[in-house]
Design a protein around this ligand. Structure first.
Ligand code: PLP
Length: 367
């Protein structure tokens, strides 16, 4: 069987160090906002070319608190891509703002800039671009557009730890950048975890209160904040893993190149672009084919795990039917949702395994 992600292989490669660091936390019992949290925040801020990092409980909370910190609420519009994980849009709903969805570009899978411009209104307060599948957006283009219209940018970098645009890290362009450390992400904890990075000191201070019951000091509460802190145990694990992320991202990129070489010209497959190294950290390797459902079943029968990210676009989800949007409004997202297939992708994936996946795909198109 070839798994979609192999978290065990990665744990085994760093087990000694992780076990030592976890034990330290257990011995010190500093479970809530213990010293490893501040240490990780410092290191992750540096990694992201940002001044501050605020550890929170999940990527979803990172997005939610970022919008809260900006004071976004009812009457405001927040723009996000239609092809994303639901959490991007949930965060907008949590603050009571109206999510405005834009279609995506078939080449990059990221926000379509023409559609974005059309959907900006006087009510638009924030754009939440998503560096989907690990590919960083053209941030020059996006930031210029945002500036022109006086709109803030909160990056959803939950799939793009370490991705680089023109020498700068994903998450460092917008007012804030949001990250998830869900176990399967490029930088994953051993449970839920997330973070916000920013270079704005005032926002950093607000976020530190917001994640801790709105409290600047124990039992003093200046605002109605949340209980959304990054766990000390997770921070200790993330500190160990952060030391490996550059190498792991490099391995993902090499695996993407291997897939590319082995799948070029097979059937009607459209392969993802392989931009320059760093611009894409290949959280997912997503191919397209008109025979997606057949190929997915064929791979399953051959013990190869594949996935669809995402099978149901946001506008078609039960949670968002009230927006009254239809597939006709999002031709690219709609088409992609029927053609995309994510192949196994993780740093520890071996060339022999990639060979096997590619062999199965070739067999499918020959049969
Ligand atoms: C994973 C993910 C999130 C949510 O992160 P959680 O840590 O699971 O809450 C948000 N946006 C995108 C694009 C993601 O991939």
């Amino acid at each position: 069987m070839i798994p979609f992600v192999d978290l065990k292989a990665q744990y085994h490669s760093i087990a000694r160090e992780v076990d030592i660091e976890m034990r330290k936390v257990l011995e010190q019992t500093n479970f809530i906002l213990g010293e490893p949290v501040a240490a990780f925040e410092k290191e992750f801020a540096v990694f992201c070319d940002s001044k501050y990092c605020i550890g929170v409980a999940s990527g979803t909370d990172a997005l939610h608190l970022a919008l809260r910190a900006l004071g976004i609420g009812p009457g405001d519009e927040v723009i996000a891509p239609a092809n994303t994980f639901v959490a991007t849009v949930l965060a907008i709903s949590y603050v009571g703002a109206r999510p405005v969805l834009v279609d995506v570009d078939p080449q990059t899978f990221n926000i379509d800039f023409d559609d974005l411009e059309k959907k900006i209104t006087p009510k638009t307060k924030v754009i939440v671009p998503v560096h989907l599948y690990g590919r960083v957006l053209n941030m020059d283009h996006l930031m210029a557009l945002a500036k022109k219209h006086g709109i803030k940018v909160v990056e959803d970098a939950c799939q793009a730890h370490g991705a680089v645009w023109e020498g700068k890290k994903a998450g460092s362009f917008g007012t804030m950048g949001c990250f998830s450390f869900y176990p399967g992400k490029n930088l994953g904890a051993y449970g839920d975890a997330g973070a916000i990075v920013t270079s704005d000191e005032a926002l950093s201070n607000s976020l530190k209160m917001l994640r801790n019951y709105g409290s600047p000091k124990k039992y003093y509460h200046d605002s109605q904040g949340y209980n959304s802190r990054l766990d000390t145990l997770q921070a200790a694990i993330l500190r160990v893993k952060l030391k490996h992320i550059v190498e792991w991202n490099r391995k993902r990129f090499l695996n993407a190149q291997l897939y590319y070489g082995k799948l070029r010209g097979v059937g009607d497959i459209i392969l993802p672009d392989i931009p320059s190294i760093d611009e894409h950290v290949f959280h997912l390797f997503v191919i397209r084919t008109k025979q997606r459902d057949g190929l997915l079943k064929f791979l399953q029968d051959r013990q190869v795990q594949a996935g669809i990210h995402y099978p149901v676009p946001i506008y078609a989800l039960g949670a968002y039917t009230h927006l009254g949007l239809t597939a006709d409004d999002y031709p690219v997202t709609e088409k992609l949702s029927k053609e995309i297939l994510s192949l196994p992708m993780y740093p520890e994936l071996l060339e022999a395994q990639i060979d096997e996946v590619a062999g199965c795909i070739r067999d499918f198109f020959i049969q």
